[in-house]
Design a protein around this ligand. Structure first.
Ligand code: PLP
Length: 419
């Protein structure tokens, strides 16, 4: 017998947070670990923009401590109109924008607004938390497994057979956990299918909506470009709900300012749901973010920030490539965006020399890398990929450049101890 709702009873905690907890416990016990597990920033390595910090302090001093409007401060929604235009060439009215305490409540509200109990959400694995949001909203999962040949981005061919059954498609680019992005052609093909499906539904069924999570959209490297459904097909405006915010773009995960924008019928309901939950972004943070985006040169911050992230990603990429060239059983995907690198370790079945002990599964491989190389990274099964997927996410938000050579020295030693 359940003592709480069936939904709550069956809720699984985030695998990533669980893993991070285990690692922090080891660190507390004095073990030195290269903790590349969390999709967050160490403020000592990647601090907030100084002007944003000052604006926050000032906003509190000016007394912005009461309730903000339910859809967010007007000045912040105006700043988001400007951000959308400058960053992505997207034109949205301030009334089609909803501010919240980071992006998470908005994702929850999109699911909650679109889905009736038992309806299906189509998304790729690996991906970030779609399984949990589906469960929380009494939906059913329709998962397609993305492959390394496509940089782990889902393809139109994979999604097409499932579109008729789905109520919501959830896509993310740049993708957490892979640090890869949609090509223009790939996203265009998917949007064409969604539009065709909606033509069929016209007047008969609820439309098929697309959640498009672009919280890493400001963090692209090497002249890579972020594409959006709406710039590729303006008709997608009626079906696309975007998720964005400052958490990743400005190393501001603890500040809690996020926004969604999309068709008014959806955004207005999301506003009503989130105002009952009270998931507003604090008023002072909203005012400060508005001032920061409108009065300060955030392009300067972003250039520096991206250079620093990319330096770490490329140093790690080169290190893994070098080990591969030496003949070690691993592979790595070229980083394109976000703060992540995708690495493969083919170590299941290997034995630890002189012990007879064998690495039987991916849990054992992760544990071996942690014990012997002090390297903490997240296996893709934590993002819904199959339990035997040999791929991992490496996050550089806490990575100090000077520790990278040590990481590879230890890793090489650990790999040499396997046969
Ligand atoms: C893809 C993606 N979307 C949304 C979020 C949530 O961001 P926030 O901290 O703004 O809630 C994250 C955080 O890790 C993420 O990786």
């Amino acid at each position: 017998m359940n003592t709480v709702s069936t939904m709550a009873e069956n809720l699984i905690g985030s695998e990533i947070i669980k893993l991070a907890g285990e690692i922090n416990e080891k660190i507390k016990q004095g073990q030195s670990i290269y903790n590349f597990t969390i999709g967050d920033f160490d403020p000592r390595v990647f601090p907030l923009p100084e002007e944003l910090e000052n604006e926050i302090v000032q906003a509190y001093r000016q007394g912005h401590t009461n309730y903000p409007p339910a859809n967010g401060m007007l000045e912040l929604r105006n700043a988001v109109v400007d951000w959308n235009q400058k960053m992505y060439g997207l034109s949205y009215d301030k009334e089609q924008i909803l501010i919240s305490g980071g992006s998470r409540p908005l994702i929850y509200a999109i699911y909650n607004t679109i889905l009736d109990a038992g309806e299906k959400v189509l998304y790729p694995v690996p991906s970030w938390n779609n399984n949990h949001y589906t469960h929380l909203n009494h939906g059913q999962r329709l998962e397609v497994e993305a492959t390394p040949e496509n940089n782990f981005m889902p393809t139109a061919a994979q999604l097409e057979p499932h579109l008729t059954e789905a109520a919501l498609v959830a896509l993310c680019s740049p993708l957490n956990p892979t640090g890869t992005i949609f090509t223009e052609a790939a996203l265009k093909e998917i949007c064409a299918l969604i539009l065709a499906e909606n033509k069929k539904r016209e007047g008969k069924r609820k439309p098929l909506y697309l959640l498009y999570d672009q919280v890493y959209g400001a963090l692209l490297f090497n002249n890579e470009k972020h594409y959006t459904p709406v710039e590729l097909y303006p008709e997608m405006k009626a079906y696309t709900i975007f998720v964005d915010g400052i958490s990743k773009a400005f190393a501001a995960t603890g500040v809690r300012v996020g926004w969604a924008f999309g068709p008014s019928n959806v955004i207005d309901k999301m506003k009503a749901i989130l105002s009952h939950i009270g998931a507003w972004s604090p008023k002072a943070e909203q005012v400060a973010t508005a001032h920061y985006l409108m009065k300060h040169d955030y392009a300067d911050f972003l250039n520096h920030f991206k250079t620093e992230i990319y330096a770490r990603l490329t140093a790690l990429y080169d290190g893994f490539k070098a080990l591969k060239a030496e003949g070690f059983a691993l592979d790595v995907i070229q980083p394109q965006a976000a703060i992540y690198l995708t690495v493969r370790f083919d170590l299941v079945g290997k034995k630890i020399k002189g012990t007879g002990q064998q690495l039987n599964d991916m849990k054992a491989v992760s544990a071996y890398l942690l014990e012997k190389a002090s390297l903490a990274i997240v296996p893709f099964y934590a993002f819904g990929a199959p339990a035997d997927s040999p791929w991992f996410r490496v996050s550089v938000g806490t990575c100090k450049k000077e520790e990278i050579p040590e990481v590879f020295e230890l890793l090489r030693k650990a790999l040499l101890e396997l046969e």
